[in-house]
Design a protein around this ligand. Structure first.
Ligand code: ADP
Ligand code: MG
Length: 373
């Protein structure tokens, strides 16, 4: 069932995945008057508190997916690793305006990078690898350092091996037999940026301002929006090439690398709301979550304007341990806590958005007040 239709308030939006992205999607949908149904395997998932119907079941539970489909007028997802055949069944039986094809391509890093490269957009040199010998053959062309990444299921740098020399390769035990891997040239990065785009079921697209992303331990640490270096036009050009090859409905974010010589490369694409666009909740006329709900319900999308520059600071488990008592000492900050019950190091527990006309001063304040680990 792929025809486009409009979904009206009071109808139900079904979301596969009830983490923080599902929760913030639900909050937008609820504000607009929609009902929300959510499926998530953890019984205290953040979005269990923001749904009319919460189905507590694994993502590959066919009956549970059917229950979600039967209860919903439109289905979307915050979780990327939905079982392929099950998603295809959902697309056949229910209204899933995002379809299955793009998600299935993006679920596999090799297919994703092939699709990006075939679109004419620029990607970092990469190759499929099945052994240390393959990695060595790749470095013979591209030199060290390289990064070996799992093709499936990776997030926040999980399943990645930085290989700086042949000795590193010997020290590291990469489980080639367990899953697919790619090797990619490791860049000396100048910056990382991301571009968030929303495309409605009817085909209109709107673009958010380019975001600048700082990572620590391969996890997003800060986002500064708009980016302090202006690659908006170049990023939009790359995205338009990708959009000629891959079909998108809803919100998606393209992550980019900029190397020391100023070359922009596409890194990866997330076909869902993205951590680097959380600031849009407070800084833009509509948030990425609003945009996604408008898009999948086939409501018109407004042009995007950002009214104030923003800094987003992620709150990982270890950050909350330090900041618990201080978070609300800054009443002008927008504090988001996702309501996850178990706090773990490196787990995303919440984020803070600061609106400021003086980004450098705010970054300095964060340094002195919060980076005293
Ligand atoms: P994930 O799917 O885990 O987000 P990414 O490929 O985006 O995987 O890698 C996470 C982070 O690791 C990137 O945002 C970047 O900081 C660093 N990284 C990954 N690949 C490279 C590379 N080829 N060169 C330099 N840094 C990289
Ligand atoms: Mg990434």
């Amino acid at each position: 069932m792929t025809l486009t239709k409009r979904i009206y308030p009071d109808q139900t939006i079904g979301i596969i995945g009830g983490g923080q992205l599902g929760k913030m999607l639900a909050q937008s949908a609820l504000r607009m008057g929609y009902k929300v149904a959510v499926l998530d395997p953890s019984e205290d998932a953040p979005a269990s508190a923001t749904s009319h119907l919460f189905i507590n079941a694994p993502f590959d539970d066919e009956q549970a997916l059917k229950q979600l489909g039967d209860a919903s007028d439109v289905i979307t997802y915050e979780f990327e690793n939905i079982d392929g055949p099950l998603l295809e069944e959902m697309v056949d039986e229910y209204y899933v305006p995002q379809g299955a094809d793009t998600l299935l391509t993006l679920q596999n890093r090799e297919d994703e990078k092939d699709a990006i490269r075939n679109s004419g957009a620029k990607v970092v040199p990469f190759e499929k690898v099945e052994s240390d010998e393959d990695v060595k053959a790749f470095t013979a062309k591209e030199n060290y350092p390289v990064i070996v990444k799992t093709a499936t299921g990776g997030y926040d740098g999980k399943g990645q091996y930085l290989i700086e020399s042949e000795a590193d390769l010997e020290d590291e035990t990469i489980p080639y037999g367990d899953t697919q891997f790619i090797a990619e040239k490791y860049l000396d990065l100048e910056r990382e940026v991301s571009l968030t785009v929303a495309r409605s079921a009817g085909g209109k697209e709107v673009i958010f301002p380019l975001q600048e992303n700082l990572h620590r331990n391969q996890i997003l640490y800060r986002t500064i929006a708009p980016s302090r270096i202006d690659y908006q036009k170049e990023a939009e050009l790359q995205v338009s090439k990708i959009m000629n090859k891959l079909h998108f409905t809803g919100v998606f974010t393209v992550e980019f690398f900029i190397d020391k010589s100023g070359v922009l490369y596409v890194n990866e694409i997330a076909p869902r709301p993205h951590n680097s666009a959380h600031h849009t909740i407070e800084s833009c006329n509509i948030s990425q979550f609003d945009a996604h709900i408008l898009a999948v319900t086939n409501q018109p999308l407004p042009e995007i304007t950002q009214h104030t520059p923003a800094i987003m600071m992620n709150l990982l488990g270890q950050d909350l341990d330090r900041l618990d008592n201080e978070l609300f000492d800054y009443p002008e900050w927008h504090v988001h806590l996702y309501g996850k019950t178990s706090r773990k190091p490196e787990r995303k527990m919440g984020h803070v958005t600061m609106l400021t006309d003086d980004v450098e001063a705010a970054l300095n304040q964060l340094k002195t007040d919060f980076e005293k680990e």
